[in-house]
Design a protein around this ligand. Structure first.
Ligand code: 4NP
Length: 161
């Protein structure tokens, strides 16, 4: 099983939305038995809380499923997951700061490395924005997850069907 962890700050907006979109695509491509994903936040602000209602609004609009409670990223996660996908550069440095110098930093990637339309390295934080911000984040994450799956297929020949 290839394990993916999406990471943002609060784990109520961007990373759980990425998890829902990614898991929907994995189902669609028949890869559910080979790849799985989860999400976490670098902060402790929303531990145990459900995703933001605006995240859930977008998830339901696109007929995706999401059953997640906010949780904080740990170094144990770093060892358990094969890929850690950070939503922005600040999340990336928060993750790196917690790790020993010997850690395999190559497994941490930025989500927008996979967005061919990216005008920034970061998935914008929609928490303080209107609902439009959540729709924009959906479009960014959908493009990025699609390309990330293609990247995984290329790097893991056992996924090619
Ligand atoms: P997220 O958004 O990192 O995409 O989940 C945020 C959620 C909550 C806060 C900041 C960003 N907050 O400051 O509580």
């Amino acid at each position: 099983m290839i394990k993916i962890l999406f990471v943002c700050l609060g784990n109520i907006c961007r990373s759980p939305m990425a998890e829902a979109i990614f898991n929907g695509l994995i189902q669609k491509y028949g890869l559910a038995g080979f790849i799985e994903s989860d999400s976490a936040g670098t902060s402790d602000y929303h531990i145990g809380e459900p995703p933001d209602s605006r995240t859930l609004g977008v998830v339901h609009k696109y007929q995706l499923k999401l059953d997640h409670q906010g949780r904080q990223f740990t170094t144990g996660d770093f060892n358990k997951f094969n890929y850690i996908i950070a939503m922005d550069e600040s999340n990336l440095s928060n993750i790196q700061r917690q790790l020993p110098k010997s850690a395999d930093y190559k497994k941490i990637l930025l989500m927008r490395e996979f967005d061919e339309q990216a005008d920034s390295q970061s998935v914008p934080d929609p928490y303080w924005s209107s609902e439009d911000g959540f729709e924009e984040v959906y479009q960014i994450l959908h493009r990025s997850c699609q390309n990330f799956i293609n990247y995984l297929k290329k790097n893991h020949p056992e996924l090619a069907q």
